[in-house]
Design a protein around this ligand. Structure first.
Ligand code: EPS
Length: 395
Protein backbone atom coordinates (compact mmCIF):
# COMPACT_ATOMS: atom_id res chain seq x y z
CA UNK A 1 0.00 0.00 0.00
CA UNK A 2 0.85 3.70 -0.02
CA UNK A 3 3.53 3.60 -2.70
CA UNK A 4 5.76 6.23 -1.13
CA UNK A 5 8.85 3.98 -1.10
CA UNK A 6 10.96 2.63 -3.94
CA UNK A 7 13.85 0.16 -4.15
CA UNK A 8 14.81 -2.86 -2.06
CA UNK A 9 18.32 -2.53 -0.64
CA UNK A 10 18.82 1.12 -1.63
CA UNK A 11 15.38 2.26 -0.59
CA UNK A 12 13.94 5.76 -0.74
CA UNK A 13 10.79 7.00 0.96
CA UNK A 14 9.48 10.48 0.17
CA UNK A 15 6.91 12.69 1.87
CA UNK A 16 5.72 16.21 1.12
CA UNK A 17 3.46 18.40 -0.99
CA UNK A 18 3.98 21.37 -3.26
CA UNK A 19 2.55 23.96 -0.85
CA UNK A 20 3.18 22.23 2.49
CA UNK A 21 6.23 23.00 4.66
CA UNK A 22 8.61 20.96 2.50
CA UNK A 23 9.62 17.66 0.97
CA UNK A 24 11.68 15.01 2.69
CA UNK A 25 13.42 11.81 1.66
CA UNK A 26 14.61 8.99 3.87
CA UNK A 27 17.19 6.76 2.24
CA UNK A 28 17.86 3.35 3.73
CA UNK A 29 20.71 1.06 2.73
CA UNK A 30 23.38 3.68 2.10
CA UNK A 31 26.76 2.08 2.82
CA UNK A 32 28.82 3.82 5.52
CA UNK A 33 31.74 6.07 4.65
CA UNK A 34 30.48 7.89 1.54
CA UNK A 35 31.54 11.56 1.69
CA UNK A 36 28.37 13.67 1.53
CA UNK A 37 27.70 17.38 2.03
CA UNK A 38 24.93 19.87 1.42
CA UNK A 39 27.05 21.29 -1.43
CA UNK A 40 27.12 17.86 -3.13
CA UNK A 41 23.32 17.70 -2.98
CA UNK A 42 22.92 21.28 -4.16
CA UNK A 43 24.51 20.61 -7.56
CA UNK A 44 21.66 18.46 -8.86
CA UNK A 45 19.02 20.32 -6.85
CA UNK A 46 20.08 23.49 -8.70
CA UNK A 47 19.74 21.67 -12.03
CA UNK A 48 16.14 20.74 -11.07
CA UNK A 49 15.22 23.98 -9.30
CA UNK A 50 12.24 26.08 -10.45
CA UNK A 51 13.12 29.61 -11.53
CA UNK A 52 16.48 28.55 -13.00
CA UNK A 53 15.90 30.15 -16.43
CA UNK A 54 13.35 32.05 -18.50
CA UNK A 55 11.92 28.82 -20.02
CA UNK A 56 10.82 27.14 -16.77
CA UNK A 57 8.33 27.89 -13.97
CA UNK A 58 9.10 31.22 -12.31
CA UNK A 59 8.37 29.92 -8.82
CA UNK A 60 11.53 30.89 -6.99
CA UNK A 61 12.84 28.21 -4.65
CA UNK A 62 16.45 28.01 -3.47
CA UNK A 63 15.94 24.31 -2.70
CA UNK A 64 18.66 24.34 -0.06
CA UNK A 65 18.78 20.85 1.46
CA UNK A 66 19.12 20.09 5.16
CA UNK A 67 20.69 16.77 6.12
CA UNK A 68 18.74 15.64 9.18
CA UNK A 69 20.45 12.33 9.87
CA UNK A 70 22.80 9.67 8.56
CA UNK A 71 25.90 11.84 8.03
CA UNK A 72 28.59 12.46 10.64
CA UNK A 73 31.82 14.37 10.10
CA UNK A 74 31.06 14.59 6.39
CA UNK A 75 30.52 10.88 5.75
CA UNK A 76 27.48 8.64 5.65
CA UNK A 77 27.12 6.58 8.81
CA UNK A 78 25.18 3.68 7.28
CA UNK A 79 22.06 4.57 9.28
CA UNK A 80 18.97 6.04 7.65
CA UNK A 81 19.80 9.23 5.81
CA UNK A 82 17.11 11.94 5.92
CA UNK A 83 17.14 15.08 3.77
CA UNK A 84 14.63 17.94 3.98
CA UNK A 85 14.02 20.58 1.31
CA UNK A 86 11.72 23.34 2.51
CA UNK A 87 9.08 25.10 0.39
CA UNK A 88 9.42 28.86 0.65
CA UNK A 89 7.65 30.41 -2.38
CA UNK A 90 4.15 28.94 -2.30
CA UNK A 91 1.33 31.10 -3.71
CA UNK A 92 -1.65 29.04 -2.67
CA UNK A 93 -4.27 31.67 -3.59
CA UNK A 94 -3.57 30.80 -7.26
CA UNK A 95 -5.22 27.47 -6.64
CA UNK A 96 -8.57 28.49 -5.08
CA UNK A 97 -10.43 27.53 -8.32
CA UNK A 98 -8.88 24.08 -8.41
CA UNK A 99 -10.62 23.21 -5.15
CA UNK A 100 -13.90 22.83 -7.05
CA UNK A 101 -12.81 22.38 -10.68
CA UNK A 102 -10.77 19.70 -12.38
CA UNK A 103 -7.77 20.77 -14.46
CA UNK A 104 -7.83 18.85 -17.77
CA UNK A 105 -4.92 16.41 -17.91
CA UNK A 106 -3.93 16.89 -14.25
CA UNK A 107 -4.40 14.59 -11.26
CA UNK A 108 -7.23 16.54 -9.57
CA UNK A 109 -10.08 14.24 -10.67
CA UNK A 110 -8.27 10.97 -10.04
CA UNK A 111 -7.06 12.07 -6.57
CA UNK A 112 -10.66 12.93 -5.67
CA UNK A 113 -11.84 9.59 -7.06
CA UNK A 114 -9.29 7.79 -4.88
CA UNK A 115 -9.28 9.83 -1.66
CA UNK A 116 -12.47 11.93 -1.80
CA UNK A 117 -10.42 14.87 -0.52
CA UNK A 118 -7.08 16.36 -1.57
CA UNK A 119 -4.53 19.08 -0.95
CA UNK A 120 -5.29 21.05 -4.11
CA UNK A 121 -2.64 23.75 -3.52
CA UNK A 122 -0.09 23.61 -6.33
CA UNK A 123 -1.00 20.05 -7.20
CA UNK A 124 -0.32 18.77 -3.67
CA UNK A 125 1.38 15.39 -3.68
CA UNK A 126 1.03 15.04 -7.47
CA UNK A 127 3.25 18.10 -8.02
CA UNK A 128 6.68 17.81 -9.61
CA UNK A 129 7.86 19.53 -6.44
CA UNK A 130 8.02 16.06 -4.86
CA UNK A 131 10.93 15.26 -7.16
CA UNK A 132 13.24 17.49 -5.09
CA UNK A 133 13.41 14.60 -2.65
CA UNK A 134 14.28 12.06 -5.33
CA UNK A 135 16.94 14.26 -6.90
CA UNK A 136 18.64 14.58 -3.49
CA UNK A 137 18.54 10.77 -3.15
CA UNK A 138 19.88 10.49 -6.69
CA UNK A 139 23.04 12.36 -5.66
CA UNK A 140 23.71 9.72 -3.01
CA UNK A 141 23.01 6.95 -5.54
CA UNK A 142 25.37 8.56 -8.05
CA UNK A 143 28.15 8.64 -5.46
CA UNK A 144 27.57 4.99 -4.65
CA UNK A 145 27.63 3.74 -8.25
CA UNK A 146 30.57 5.95 -9.10
CA UNK A 147 32.64 4.59 -6.22
CA UNK A 148 31.49 0.99 -6.80
CA UNK A 149 32.02 0.66 -10.54
CA UNK A 150 32.71 4.08 -12.05
CA UNK A 151 29.02 4.32 -13.02
CA UNK A 152 27.92 7.58 -14.62
CA UNK A 153 24.44 8.75 -15.63
CA UNK A 154 23.94 11.60 -18.10
CA UNK A 155 20.62 12.71 -19.57
CA UNK A 156 19.70 15.28 -22.19
CA UNK A 157 16.77 16.50 -24.25
CA UNK A 158 16.43 14.98 -27.73
CA UNK A 159 13.07 16.41 -28.75
CA UNK A 160 10.81 19.33 -27.98
CA UNK A 161 7.66 19.22 -30.11
CA UNK A 162 8.75 18.94 -33.75
CA UNK A 163 12.39 19.97 -33.05
CA UNK A 164 14.62 16.89 -32.91
CA UNK A 165 18.29 16.78 -31.91
CA UNK A 166 20.85 14.75 -33.81
CA UNK A 167 22.96 12.73 -31.36
CA UNK A 168 25.18 10.13 -33.04
CA UNK A 169 26.98 8.66 -30.01
CA UNK A 170 24.83 8.87 -26.86
CA UNK A 171 27.53 7.39 -24.62
CA UNK A 172 29.90 10.24 -25.53
CA UNK A 173 27.63 13.10 -24.46
CA UNK A 174 29.17 14.83 -21.45
CA UNK A 175 27.54 16.62 -18.53
CA UNK A 176 29.45 19.72 -19.62
CA UNK A 177 27.71 19.66 -23.05
CA UNK A 178 24.34 19.20 -21.36
CA UNK A 179 24.86 22.11 -18.99
CA UNK A 180 26.86 24.62 -21.07
CA UNK A 181 26.85 25.87 -24.64
CA UNK A 182 30.22 26.12 -26.44
CA UNK A 183 30.35 29.87 -25.61
CA UNK A 184 30.12 29.07 -21.89
CA UNK A 185 26.52 30.27 -21.48
CA UNK A 186 24.10 27.91 -19.67
CA UNK A 187 22.43 25.37 -21.97
CA UNK A 188 18.99 26.18 -20.52
CA UNK A 189 17.16 23.49 -22.51
CA UNK A 190 19.79 20.75 -21.82
CA UNK A 191 20.12 19.62 -25.44
CA UNK A 192 23.73 18.94 -26.53
CA UNK A 193 22.93 19.56 -30.24
CA UNK A 194 23.53 23.31 -30.19
CA UNK A 195 21.48 24.16 -33.31
CA UNK A 196 18.51 22.13 -32.09
CA UNK A 197 18.88 23.64 -28.61
CA UNK A 198 18.37 27.15 -30.03
CA UNK A 199 15.22 26.09 -31.90
CA UNK A 200 13.89 24.31 -28.81
CA UNK A 201 14.29 27.46 -26.71
CA UNK A 202 12.44 29.49 -29.36
CA UNK A 203 9.62 26.97 -29.50
CA UNK A 204 9.27 26.89 -25.70
CA UNK A 205 9.22 30.68 -25.54
CA UNK A 206 6.54 30.85 -28.22
CA UNK A 207 4.47 28.30 -26.28
CA UNK A 208 4.73 30.45 -23.18
CA UNK A 209 3.57 33.53 -25.12
CA UNK A 210 0.60 31.57 -26.49
CA UNK A 211 -0.33 30.35 -23.00
CA UNK A 212 0.31 26.80 -24.12
CA UNK A 213 2.82 24.03 -23.41
CA UNK A 214 4.76 21.43 -25.38
CA UNK A 215 5.99 17.86 -24.84
CA UNK A 216 9.27 16.20 -25.69
CA UNK A 217 11.70 13.34 -25.26
CA UNK A 218 14.64 12.86 -22.88
CA UNK A 219 17.45 10.35 -23.47
CA UNK A 220 19.32 8.96 -20.48
CA UNK A 221 22.59 7.05 -20.74
CA UNK A 222 24.23 5.05 -17.96
CA UNK A 223 27.80 4.01 -18.70
CA UNK A 224 30.49 1.83 -17.13
CA UNK A 225 27.75 -0.42 -15.76
CA UNK A 226 29.10 -3.93 -15.14
CA UNK A 227 27.32 -6.92 -16.72
CA UNK A 228 24.94 -8.96 -14.58
CA UNK A 229 23.00 -6.34 -12.59
CA UNK A 230 19.26 -7.03 -12.36
CA UNK A 231 17.07 -10.01 -11.53
CA UNK A 232 15.88 -12.67 -13.94
CA UNK A 233 12.09 -12.45 -13.76
CA UNK A 234 9.86 -9.87 -12.04
CA UNK A 235 12.62 -7.43 -11.12
CA UNK A 236 14.28 -7.30 -14.51
CA UNK A 237 16.35 -4.13 -14.58
CA UNK A 238 14.21 -2.95 -17.51
CA UNK A 239 11.11 -3.39 -15.38
CA UNK A 240 12.62 -1.53 -12.43
CA UNK A 241 13.85 1.32 -14.63
CA UNK A 242 10.40 1.62 -16.21
CA UNK A 243 8.85 1.59 -12.72
CA UNK A 244 11.26 4.32 -11.62
CA UNK A 245 10.73 6.50 -14.69
CA UNK A 246 6.95 6.07 -14.92
CA UNK A 247 6.78 7.12 -11.27
CA UNK A 248 7.93 10.60 -12.33
CA UNK A 249 5.17 13.09 -13.19
CA UNK A 250 4.07 13.46 -16.85
CA UNK A 251 5.81 10.37 -18.26
CA UNK A 252 3.86 8.63 -21.03
CA UNK A 253 6.47 6.33 -22.56
CA UNK A 254 9.80 4.61 -21.93
CA UNK A 255 11.84 2.73 -24.51
CA UNK A 256 15.25 1.06 -24.43
CA UNK A 257 17.84 0.84 -27.18
CA UNK A 258 16.08 0.60 -30.51
CA UNK A 259 12.76 0.58 -28.61
CA UNK A 260 9.61 0.55 -30.73
CA UNK A 261 11.91 0.50 -33.79
CA UNK A 262 12.32 -3.26 -33.19
CA UNK A 263 8.80 -3.84 -34.46
CA UNK A 264 9.80 -3.59 -38.11
CA UNK A 265 13.11 -5.47 -37.90
CA UNK A 266 14.08 -9.05 -38.63
CA UNK A 267 15.89 -10.97 -35.91
CA UNK A 268 18.96 -11.18 -38.12
CA UNK A 269 18.99 -7.39 -38.37
CA UNK A 270 18.20 -6.70 -34.75
CA UNK A 271 20.55 -9.09 -32.93
CA UNK A 272 23.63 -7.39 -31.56
CA UNK A 273 26.60 -9.64 -32.32
CA UNK A 274 28.87 -10.69 -29.44
CA UNK A 275 32.55 -9.92 -29.80
CA UNK A 276 35.55 -10.44 -27.54
CA UNK A 277 36.39 -7.10 -26.01
CA UNK A 278 39.85 -5.85 -25.31
CA UNK A 279 40.75 -5.86 -21.66
CA UNK A 280 41.42 -8.17 -18.81
CA UNK A 281 39.40 -11.21 -17.92
CA UNK A 282 37.12 -10.65 -14.96
CA UNK A 283 36.28 -13.47 -12.54
CA UNK A 284 38.00 -15.91 -14.89
CA UNK A 285 35.69 -14.96 -17.73
CA UNK A 286 36.67 -13.24 -20.95
CA UNK A 287 35.56 -9.67 -21.45
CA UNK A 288 32.65 -9.75 -23.90
CA UNK A 289 30.95 -6.91 -25.70
CA UNK A 290 28.60 -6.49 -28.66
CA UNK A 291 29.34 -4.76 -31.94
CA UNK A 292 26.17 -2.63 -31.70
CA UNK A 293 23.81 -1.65 -28.90
CA UNK A 294 20.26 -2.01 -30.22
CA UNK A 295 19.45 -3.89 -26.98
CA UNK A 296 20.11 -0.74 -24.92
CA UNK A 297 22.49 -2.40 -22.47
CA UNK A 298 20.14 -5.02 -21.03
CA UNK A 299 19.51 -8.67 -22.01
CA UNK A 300 17.35 -11.17 -20.13
CA UNK A 301 16.61 -8.61 -17.44
CA UNK A 302 20.30 -8.14 -16.62
CA UNK A 303 22.79 -5.50 -17.69
CA UNK A 304 25.07 -6.54 -20.55
CA UNK A 305 27.97 -4.19 -19.81
CA UNK A 306 27.06 -1.98 -22.78
CA UNK A 307 25.77 1.49 -21.93
CA UNK A 308 22.12 1.57 -20.85
CA UNK A 309 20.39 3.86 -23.34
CA UNK A 310 16.76 4.77 -22.78
CA UNK A 311 14.31 7.41 -23.88
CA UNK A 312 11.36 8.88 -22.02
CA UNK A 313 8.36 10.63 -23.60
CA UNK A 314 7.15 13.51 -21.42
CA UNK A 315 3.76 15.06 -22.03
CA UNK A 316 3.12 18.80 -22.37
CA UNK A 317 2.42 20.44 -19.00
CA UNK A 318 -1.27 20.00 -18.30
CA UNK A 319 -1.76 23.18 -16.21
CA UNK A 320 -2.38 25.95 -18.77
CA UNK A 321 -2.87 29.68 -18.40
CA UNK A 322 -5.48 29.61 -21.20
CA UNK A 323 -9.16 28.93 -20.69
CA UNK A 324 -10.28 25.33 -21.23
CA UNK A 325 -13.64 23.64 -20.73
CA UNK A 326 -13.98 21.34 -17.72
CA UNK A 327 -16.43 20.30 -15.00
CA UNK A 328 -16.81 21.02 -11.30
CA UNK A 329 -16.61 18.33 -8.62
CA UNK A 330 -20.40 17.97 -8.83
CA UNK A 331 -20.36 17.59 -12.62
CA UNK A 332 -21.41 21.12 -13.72
CA UNK A 333 -19.86 22.32 -16.99
CA UNK A 334 -17.52 25.27 -16.49
CA UNK A 335 -14.19 26.63 -17.70
CA UNK A 336 -10.78 26.82 -16.07
CA UNK A 337 -7.57 28.75 -16.48
CA UNK A 338 -4.67 27.74 -14.21
CA UNK A 339 -3.01 30.64 -12.50
CA UNK A 340 0.03 28.89 -10.94
CA UNK A 341 3.55 29.38 -12.28
CA UNK A 342 4.13 26.55 -14.69
CA UNK A 343 6.78 25.18 -17.04
CA UNK A 344 5.81 25.70 -20.70
CA UNK A 345 7.89 22.55 -21.31
CA UNK A 346 8.87 20.07 -18.61
CA UNK A 347 11.93 18.64 -20.38
CA UNK A 348 14.75 20.94 -19.18
CA UNK A 349 13.98 20.23 -15.53
CA UNK A 350 13.05 16.60 -16.19
CA UNK A 351 16.65 15.64 -17.00
CA UNK A 352 18.03 15.66 -13.41
CA UNK A 353 14.87 13.91 -12.20
CA UNK A 354 15.29 11.05 -14.68
CA UNK A 355 19.04 10.78 -14.08
CA UNK A 356 18.32 10.49 -10.34
CA UNK A 357 15.82 7.67 -10.81
CA UNK A 358 18.20 5.74 -13.09
CA UNK A 359 21.05 6.14 -10.56
CA UNK A 360 18.76 4.95 -7.75
CA UNK A 361 17.84 1.79 -9.68
CA UNK A 362 21.50 1.07 -10.43
CA UNK A 363 22.50 1.62 -6.79
CA UNK A 364 19.75 -0.72 -5.64
CA UNK A 365 20.69 -3.45 -8.11
CA UNK A 366 24.39 -3.08 -7.31
CA UNK A 367 23.66 -3.72 -3.62
CA UNK A 368 21.42 -6.66 -4.58
CA UNK A 369 24.15 -8.10 -6.79
CA UNK A 370 26.65 -7.71 -3.96
CA UNK A 371 24.28 -9.31 -1.47
CA UNK A 372 23.85 -12.41 -3.59
CA UNK A 373 26.97 -12.64 -5.73
CA UNK A 374 29.50 -10.35 -4.09
CA UNK A 375 31.23 -13.32 -2.55
CA UNK A 376 30.40 -15.58 -5.49
CA UNK A 377 33.47 -17.27 -6.80
CA UNK A 378 31.94 -18.61 -9.97
CA UNK A 379 34.85 -18.95 -12.36
CA UNK A 380 37.42 -18.53 -9.59
CA UNK A 381 37.14 -21.92 -7.93
CA UNK A 382 39.61 -24.62 -8.97
CA UNK A 383 38.30 -26.55 -11.98
CA UNK A 384 37.29 -29.51 -9.87
CA UNK A 385 34.98 -27.19 -7.97
CA UNK A 386 36.71 -28.30 -4.77
CA UNK A 387 37.39 -25.77 -2.06
CA UNK A 388 41.16 -25.73 -1.45
CA UNK A 389 42.34 -27.75 1.52
CA UNK A 390 43.02 -24.71 3.61
CA UNK A 391 39.30 -24.13 3.57
CA UNK A 392 39.96 -20.57 2.50
CA UNK A 393 38.42 -19.46 -0.74
CA UNK A 394 40.67 -17.56 -3.14
CA UNK A 395 40.75 -13.77 -2.64
C1 EPS B 1 3.63 22.10 -10.46
C2 EPS B 1 3.03 23.33 -10.39
C3 EPS B 1 3.80 24.56 -10.18
C4 EPS B 1 5.26 24.35 -10.53
C5 EPS B 1 5.72 23.14 -9.76
C6 EPS B 1 5.08 21.91 -10.32
O1 EPS B 1 3.73 24.91 -8.82
P1 EPS B 1 3.34 26.37 -8.37
O2 EPS B 1 2.08 26.73 -9.07
O3 EPS B 1 3.19 26.29 -6.91
O4 EPS B 1 4.51 27.22 -8.78
O5 EPS B 1 5.99 25.50 -10.24
O6 EPS B 1 7.12 22.98 -9.82
C7 EPS B 1 7.87 23.29 -8.73
C8 EPS B 1 7.54 24.24 -7.87
C9 EPS B 1 9.09 22.48 -8.56
O7 EPS B 1 9.85 22.74 -7.64
O8 EPS B 1 9.25 21.56 -9.37
C10 EPS B 1 2.83 20.91 -10.72
O9 EPS B 1 1.57 21.04 -10.78
O10 EPS B 1 3.38 19.81 -10.90
Amino acid sequence: MAGNSFGQLFRITTAGESHGPGNVVIIDGVPPGIPLSVDDLQVDLDRRRPGQSRIVTQRNEADTPEILSGVFEGRTTGTSLAILIRNTDQRSRDYSDIQEKYRPGHADYTYDARFGFRDYRGGGRSSARETTARVAAGVVARKLISAAFGGRVVGYVTRVGHVEASISRPEEVTMEQVERLPDGEPNIVRCPDVAAAGQMVELIESMRKQGDSIGGVAEIVASHVPPGLGEPVFDKIKADLAHALFSLPAVLGVEYGIGFGCATMKGSENNDIFVAAAGEKSGGRASISTSSNRHGGMLGGLTSGLPIVLRVAVKPTSSLPQEQPTVTRDGQATTIRTRGRHDPCLLPRFIPMAEAMVAIVLADHWLRFQAQCGQSLAGQLPESGQVPESGHLPD
